[in-house]
Ligand binder design. Structure first.
Ligand code: PLP
Length: 395
């Protein structure tokens, strides 16, 4: 047989999905597993969203539809971004995609030439380097270090910009660290983008899941509207992971390229889910703030409890729903800690290296599970922690 395209050997999978597969296997064997590996809210879309879905189907909205997405949804997204991020964008700058990840894929596909460099946060979402590599680009990580409260260091970013740099990927709140970039950091990144004529791909999928200050989009800084692509979607903020619904907000000269990519791949996104998404954005019942309030309470409890586990150290994240735990003091590798937690006591979490090499000493836990489940998870981890308290010290 002739070989597959070489890009297949440079792309990589996601740690979360492989831990999930093993956890499911154990469940099939009858084991009780607490799933803290996937980034998936344990909520479902609110009743008005489900009602709107049914209504759309009753009305026959199940046909091929507009390539960039139905106009009513793009208008609603423009209104929503004005309301929640104080952005003034036109519906014509929105392109709907089947998931935020496809939005990211299309944005990179539209911009990256072989050899182009893309700066991305590390640790970060595994798709950033993988998709960039698949397109023949060169991913260049900038570090989110614990000693810097997992904030990007603009000086490091500046030092990594070269004549081949095409774009800076930002992700605030960040998966896996939960960092919300400070205004100072975002401003510096925007100044660098302007100075070096770079695009900023701002993955804002966790923008609504923040615990303190109002959200500030990368697009809102002076001079950034013409060079920022917002990548967002419904998976996290509206608990619609399985609906596969996301969108890009792009400068006018990039929109036709995104539409061209849509025509050549998915044609359009299911019409009925788009109509239901309008209702999600309007959120008449306040479902999103209620969910985020619940995450905030769990965050308090879970971070406090995790810090009681011998060898664990964890700061409260400012956004998203992940606890990013430094396990260096256990004396074991993160892989070994995760293996023990899963195999011995049935708690599934992800070794930090799945998010890049600087995640080596970390484990990511999702706290999108009930308080009782999170408490049970820590009780189980406490039991298994005896194995590392008695283990010889690594180094
Ligand atoms: N971007 C980040 C930072 C994520 O964490 C995720 C999902 O985990 C995505 C994008 C993908 O989102 P979607 O499910 O809408 O494709």
């Amino acid at each position: 047989m002739r070989p597959l395209a070489s890009r297949m050997s440079v792309m990589s999978g996601e740690g979360a999905l492989s831990v999930f597969a093993r956890a499911k296997e154990l469940e099939r064997e009858g084991r009780s597993i607490i799933h803290l590996e996937l980034g998936e809210p344990d909520f479902h879309p609110a009743p008005p969203v489900r009602d709107a879905l049914e209504r759309a189907l009753d009305e026959g909205k199940d046909r091929y539809c507009s390539v960039p997405g139905v106009l009513a949804l793009r208008e609603e997204i423009a209104a929503y971004l004005k309301r929640t991020r104080n952005l003034n964008i036109s519906p014509g700058s929105v392109v709907i995609a089947p998931g935020c990840k496809i939005g990211l894929f299309m944005a990179l596909m539209a911009l990256v030439e072989p050899g182009d460099e893309v700066l991305y946060p590390e640790p970060g979402f595994p798709g950033y380097p993988s998709i960039t590599l698949g397109l023949g680009g060169v991913p260049v990580g900038f570090s989110l270090r614990e000693r810097n409260h997992f904030q990007p260091d603009p000086d490091e970013i500046a030092s990594k910009i070269s004549s081949r740099t095409k774009a800076i990927l930002t992700n605030s709140p960040n998966n896996p660290t939960g960092t919300v970039y400070t205004d100072g950091v975002q401003r510096r990144i925007s100044e660098l983008a302007i100075k070096h004529d770079l695009y900023v791909l701002s993955d804002e999928i966790y923008a609504r899941i923040i615990y303190r200050d109002p959200y500030v989009s990368m697009m809102s800084y002076p001079g950034m509207k013409e060079r920022t692509l917002i990548i967002d979607g419904f998976s996290k903020s509206f608990a619609m992971t399985g609906w596969r619904l996301g969108y890009n907000v792009a400068p006018p000269h990039i929109v036709p390229a995104l539409e061209m990519l849509a025509v050549n791949s998915y044609t359009c996104v299911a019409e009925f889910t788009q109509y239901a998404a309008i209702e999600a954005l309007r959120d008449p019942d306040g479902a999103t703030p209620r969910m985020v309030g619940e995450f905030a309470a769990r965050r308090e409890q879970f971070v406090r409890d995790l810090n009681r586990v011998p060898g664990f150290r964890c700061a409260a994240p400012k956004g998203a729903f992940y606890a990013w735990v430094n396990i260096g003091d256990t004396g074991l590798s993160a892989e070994e800690v995760c293996r023990l937690m899963l195999e011995e006591v049935g708690v599934a979490a992800i070794p930090g290296a799945a998010f890049g090499p600087s995640g080596f000493d970390f484990v990511r836990f999702s706290f999108a599970s009930s308080s009782a489940t999170l408490k049970e998870a820590v009780d189980r981890i406490m039991q298994v922690s005896a194995s590392w308290q008695s283990a010889p010290v690594r180094k």
